[in-house]
Design a protein around this ligand. Structure first.
Ligand code: ATP
Ligand code: MG
Length: 297
């Protein structure tokens, strides 16, 4: 049975005279404990899709439901990790997490809150930076702080908007494993946006491509039938991994090509050749003569 559902949703912005139709005919049905990866091109509407699932945005048409109930606003069951980190700039890493934890779990003792913060800050390897302000962190560190904050809220559904995109390859692999550990041990439902096909195949049960906008829609999902745990070291040789990677990559390249061919907002440029403005090499008198350094005696 489906746990998280988007039913015929569309999202448009702006006045009727100048409307931007971002998402159209969006249908998605996520089972409880399922791990979904959504892949799509930049600007296609991935974050808008996450806003719908988190309740931050209501669809222009259609409905979004969790456990049969229409999602009308954000709540503690829907843990969103934002693409732009959205840490409060005047609070340290620890205090950003503390504020969120205290808001969602008001009954926890001070000690329990501190333990929770320590646990998640440690998990994302930021213990050394717990007392730093966001502007003192690198992009990758902010991304990890934001992930720790989302995880610390123990949400039933994790909505991760490109959670690992600013990380170096090594940290990225470590956090992929952490997210998978949390998902496997605590059994939650995850929807994760990624632009990395390898990451999607490594982590997800199903991969759903988002087509190019405007009016982007979700394409037919790819089922990842590989056993878990999936061994990172041998993944590249796994026939199913190779098949999926190649099929999904070809599909994405195909929609990118189609979109270029069907777009009517591209202005054809005249076929002009640049004029040759290169200076003749000799006989030039510079108008503003620059004094030449005298050669050292
Ligand atoms: N509040 C808004 N008002 C008007 N247009 C918006 C609004 N939010 C998003 N858009 C437009 O919707 C489109 C999709 O934006 P969105 O941020 O969802 O894309 P994305 O796929 O997440 O992009 P990226 O890969 O850069 O993160 C963009 O053209 C954007 O300008
Ligand atoms: Mg985005």
């Amino acid at each position: 049975m489906s746990y998280l559902e988007i039913d015929n949703a569309s999202v448009s912005f702006g006045p009727v005279s100048n409307r931007t139709h971002v998402l159209s005919d969006i249908n998605l049905s996520v089972k409880e404990n399922e791990f979904i990866a959504v892949i799509g091109f930049s600007g296609a509407g991935k974050s808008t899709l996450m806003s719908l699932l988190s309740g931050l945005q209501t669809p222009t048409t259609g409905e979004v439901r969790m456990d049969g109930k229409v999602i009308k606003e954000p709540g503690p069951d829907l843990g969103m990790m934002f693409q732009n980190y959205s840490l409060l700039p005047w609070l340290t890493v620890n205090d950003n997490i503390r504020l969120a934890v205290k808001t969602v779990f008001p009954k926890l003792s001070k000690k329990e809150v501190t333990e929770k913060i320590g646990h998640y800050v440690d998990m994302v390897k930021l213990s050394h930076a717990g007392n730093k302000l966001p502007h003192e962190l690198s992009g990758g560190m902010r991304q990890r702080a934001s992930l720790a904050r989302t995880l610390s809220l123990d949400p039933k559904v994790l909505l991760l908007d490109e959670p690992l995109s600013a990380l170096d390859a090594l940290t990225r692999s470590e956090l992929q494993d952490q997210i998978l550990n949390i998902w496997e041990s605590d059994k939650r439902t995850v929807v994760m946006i990624t632009n990395d096909v390898d990451e999607a195949v490594l982590m997800a049960d199903r991969i759903v491509p988002l087509t190019m906008g405007p009016k982007a829609t979700l394409a037919e999902p790819y089922l990842v039938g590989m056993d878990r745990p999936r061994e990172r070291q041998t993944l590249n040789d796994h026939p199913e991994f190779k098949r999926l990677k190649s099929e999904i990559t070809n599909y994405m390249m195909g929609i990118s090509q189609d979109s270029r061919e069907t777009r009517d907002d591209i202005t054809p440029m005249p076929d002009v050749r640049p004029k040759d403005f290169s200076l003749p090499t000799a006989g030039i008198r510079l108008k503003n003569k620059v004094s030449q350094p005298t050669s050292a005696a």
